[in-house]
Design a binder for this molecule. Structure first.
Ligand code: C5P
Length: 294
């Protein structure tokens, strides 16, 4: 038996860092949005024990250092279900180490598939608690859609969907390490913070211009100079008539929000000349439990 699920990328419409926690992590407040740029994850259940990972990107780890394998191992450990043999196939299209939770989304898709096949009565909250042990973004990725994520990222509140728009995604050719960027943050020096209440109110009112005005990521304010391409892409997107442009997560991917499809397509064409990993995407809604995802 094989089950396949889409693993959508996410964008941060906002990202705020509120404080450092005793466990070494940071308390965050983020408005997250799934987009239709996706990996495809399939799990084949086998007679023979063991977890095998197959992927189209041969430089990715294939052992427990891959978040998809880690998620499967954790699922069996936490549910107490006797492990069965699995082949996990991950067709990756989301850029890696890009701030779009590609790996987290693969892990979340594995958890959704295993619940559907082996523990259909497992509550969503239990699955999300398990997901947190895999990574801070994984609980959000289990549900997807538009959501406020607080705490480490696991305290989730569904929000009204982002009004339909086009999202141009542009990933420059270097990765940014999340721990490295967190280490740049001096909390007392963060002078600007996103207007999270304002953006959630704008979402509730279906007010896309109100959302665009409030798109903001505090990581941009601590980006080392070597990552200045991020600012350059933002400027290019605004020059190309985006209604907003912002870095997502810990970067380096930048997204631009457009309402006019021709302008969005023109932006993709222009940016692709310098940045081959440029995509035209749209927002997608919440992954419902079981087989209603997508
Ligand atoms: O949870 P995850 O493994 O995805 O986090 C990667 C790194 O990002 C952590 O090791 C930590 O340095 C940082 N992080 C943080 N606070 C969070 C989430 C991540 O400091 N809420």
């Amino acid at each position: 038996m094989t089950i396949t699920e889409p693993a959508y990328a996410k964008l941060n419409l906002t990202l705020d860092i509120l404080g450092k926690r005793p466990d070494g992590y940071h308390d965050l407040r983020m408005v997250m949005q799934s987009i239709n740029l996706k990996d495809t994850v399939s799990v084949t259940f086998k007679e023979r024990q063991g977890i095998t990972l197959v992927t189209n990107l041969n430089y990715l780890p294939r052992d427990h250092n891959n978040i998809a394998v880690k998620a499967a191992e954790l699922f069996f450990r936490e549910t107490g279900i006797a492990p069965v043999g699995l082949t996990i196939r991950v067709d990756k299209h989301i850029p890696v180490a890009a701030g779009m939770a590609g790996g987290s989304s693969d892990g979340a898709a594995v958890l959704r598939i295993l619940r559907r096949a082996l523990a259909p009565d497992l509550p969503e909250a239990d699955l999300e608690a398990m997901a947190l042990q895999v990574g801070s973004d994984v609980p959000y990725c289990v549900r997807g859609g538009t959501a406020l994520a607080e705490g480490r990222g696991e305290v989730l509140t569904d929000l009204p969907p982002l009004p339909d728009c086009l999202l141009v995604i542009c990933k420059p050719g270097f990765p940014i390490s999340t721990p490295e960027l967190f280490s740049q943050v001096r909390l007392h020096r963060l002078r600007c913070h996103p207007d999270t209440a304002g953006i959630t109110a704008a979402l509730s009112g279906g007010d896309l211009p109100g959302v665009c005005r409030r798109v903001y990521n505090v990581f941009e304010d601590v980006l080392p100079r070597k990552y200045r391409a991020v600012g350059e892409i933002k400027r290019q997107l605004m020059d190309l008539e985006a209604d907003a442009a912002c870095m997502t997560g810990s970067g380096p991917t930048v997204f631009g929000v457009f309402t006019d499809e021709l302008q969005a397509r023109r932006a993709v064409e222009t940016l692709r000349r310098d940045y081959p990993q440029t995509f035209l995407t749209r927002p997608v809604g919440r992954c419902a439990p079981a087989d209603k995802c997508g």
